[in-house]
Design a protein around this ligand. Structure first.
Ligand SMILES: Nc1ccn([C@H]2C[C@H](O)[C@@H](COP(=O)(O)O)O2)c(=O)n1
Ligand SMILES: [Zn+2]
Length: 156
């Protein structure tokens, strides 16, 4: 009888690759972010990526930053982590202790939302805004709320 295949990818890699796949749907020309929420039984609950509200035509949209807040994408885009939570059709109770895999470290608004949804762990790929005020607030929120975070990398 042949033995089982041992050379399989880890759960971390599996969920992070799902987050990366979600990020490929993002229309943001500068930063594409994907998120995948996995529960404590290693089941994917939801995925999301950064984009406009679905009723807002993303063809007719200022995909840049601007001094005028009316024309700055940051005021319109829903972040990947928020979309992953909003896309979930089950009970929020299922997110208790779940892990969010995200391709970019969460901003402070997402950190608050993740905490409130019951997420217990953040696993991230990139932290390109590390050390910025927003990033420090985000880490402060996660630390104070007992949400752990760790960085992983994906081999090419
Ligand atoms: N954890 C994050 C951080 C950012 N985003 C989104 C929001 C914007 O669409 C983009 C950031 O744009 P940038 O300021 O780098 O031009 O990424 C997110 O979804 N989740
Ligand atoms: Zn965010």
């Amino acid at each position: 009888m042949p033995g089982k295949r041992e050379d399989v990818i880890s759960w971390d890699e599996f969920f992070m690759r799902a987050a990366v796949a979600a990020s490929l749907r993002s229309k943001d020309p500068n930063t594409q972010v994907g998120a995948c929420i996995a529960d404590t039984n290693n089941r994917i609950l939801s995925v999301g990526y950064n984009g406009t509200p679905s009723a807002l035509n993303d063809d007719d949209f200022p995909w840049g930053t601007a001094d005028d807040p009316l024309h700055d994408k940051h005021n319109y885009v829903i972040h990947a982590e928020a979309n992953a939570i909003l896309n979930y059709r089950g009970s929020l109770k299922d997110m208790a202790g779940a892990t969010v895999y995200v391709t970019l470290f969460p901003c402070h608004e997402c950190a608050k939302t993740l905490v409130q949804a019951g997420i217990g762990e953040v696993v991230y790929l990139d932290d390109k805004y590390c050390g910025t005020e927003d990033n420090l607030i985000s880490k402060n929120i996660l630390d104070r709320c007992g949400v752990t975070y760790r960085q992983v990398s994906l081999d090419a």
